[in-house]
Design a binder for this molecule. Structure first.
Ligand SMILES: [Zn+2]
Length: 71
């Protein structure tokens, strides 16, 4: 379990959205990306995260549309 206090300040690094906890995962309310919780510590790294079904890369996420076009 993640401390509620911590959960409140954590944001998805992609869209700065709130996250909710589900089992061993922290899931972004907006883009649905799942970040693993390892030994009680959320791993907020996109290369460690699990993308939602139907999404094969980060650029396809709704929260990334219209962003980072120059990269
Ligand atoms: Zn997100």
């Amino acid at each position: 379990m993640i401390e509620e206090r911590l959960l409140k300040i954590l944001r998805c690094p992609l869209g700065k959205s709130k996250l909710y906890e589900e089992g061993d995962w922290l899931i972004c309310e907006q883009c649905g990306v799942k970040y693993p919780i390892r030994d009680g510590i959320p791993v907020m790294l996109i290369h460690e995260a699990k993308l939602p079904e139907g999404i094969s890369k980060v650029e396809e996420l709704p929260c990334q549309q219209g962003k980072n076009k120059s990269e």
